[in-house]
Design a protein. Structure first.
Length: 317
């Protein structure tokens, strides 16, 4: 039996699917702490479904929160400072970030443009507040991340930091998109660490030590729950893909288009071999780009306006 659990600050809901396709659902409000609420829901759904649990997948997108009290420092490594003010994407999200510039970087072929200015990095380290989250982003780092790695090493040796993130860990051709994704990820880490510990305790208590625990990801897949504190940004919008996967499961469809009518929107997604189609980059609700793969889900009105005549399956939730 597989169990899916959606976790929010106010409510925990779970759905169990057994080998015969029988579905059992339970939901409860969060009243006496998150761990107790998750344990209560898991205990109930396991008791009602009456099967042996093989895995639990959590949708944590409704429970991840930004660490608004933490400072963020972005270290940009480029051959020269741009003469025009940068349009940083984190500014659109209202995130305060201290920006520092260092000479360095590589070409699109991975060739060094100018040597990394290590003396400037040491001077910057002295200005970074203790406990700050530091994001290091270098030109050309997708091909050659040497300057990012070296800068991170120097800063780690000089700082008492909250975290240091190399933006090349997130795929995007745009330097500022990678920078923003790393900034957002760093602010979600503290929340994700607490959440992962709580959910792990709940699974151990209710289902036992042998049950695998996963966290849903933005593109409709899942990854071990232990990965949540490392890259929480890849799970921050997993709810959209989760709705589509649930609709496809109820309709017993592994291919085609699925329409899900929710309380706030009507969305459509396309499935191929049981998995939603994916885009490598997506935009947040305000249009800000994020370097994380997402299920390709759009408002139904976009499809109707395009004139597509392909008949979808409609699932109301």
């Amino acid at each position: 039996m597989r169990i899916g659990v959606r976790v929010t600050a106010r409510e925990i809901s779970a759905v169990a699917l057994d080998a015969d396709g029988e579905i059992t659902s339970v939901r409860r409000p969060v009243e006496r702490g998150l761990t107790r609420a998750v344990i209560g829901v898991l205990d109930r759904v396991i008791a009602v479904a009456g099967g042996t649990v093989s895995s639990v997948v959590f949708d944590a997108s409704g429970a991840l929160t930004r660490d608004t009290a933490a400072g963020v420092v972005s270290v940009l490594i480029e051959p020269r400072r741009s003469p025009e003010p940068r349009r940083h994407l984190w500014a659109q999200e209202g995130i305060p970030v201290q920006v520092e510039h260092v000479r360095g970087g590589h070409t699109a072929l991975g060739l060094e443009l100018v040597p990394l200015d290590e003396d400037a990095l040491r001077e910057i380290a002295a200005r970074i507040p203790a406990g700050a989250h530091v994001v290091v982003s270098a030109a050309g780092s997708l091909v050659n991340p040497d300057h990012e790695r070296r800068a991170a090493e120097l800063l780690r040796s000089s700082l008492s930091f909250g975290s240091i993130t190399e933006s090349s860990a997130f795929y995007s051709d745009g330097l500022l998109v990678r920078e923003f994704t790393a900034v957002l990820n760093s602010l979600l880490m503290a929340s994700a660490e607490r959440l992962a510990a709580s959910l792990s305790d709940a699974v151990l208590h209710s289902a036992g030590a042998g049950v695998r625990a996963f966290v849903a990801t933005n593109e409709g897949g899942c990854t071990p729950l232990t990965r949540l504190p490392i890259t929480p940004v890849h799970s921050m919008r997993a709810d959209v893909a989760g709705e589509m996967l649930g609709g496809a499961a109820v309709a017993s469809r592994s291919a085609g288009r699925i329409v899900v009518a929710g309380h706030d929107a009507v969305r459509i997604g396309e499935f191929v071999d049981g998995l939603p189609s994916v885009v490598s980059h997506a935009a947040l609700r305000d249009g800000t780009s994020l370097a994380s793969s997402f299920a390709h889900v759009v408002p139904l009105t976009d499809l109707l306006l395009s004139g597509s005549a392909e008949p979808p399956v409609t699932i109301l939730v």
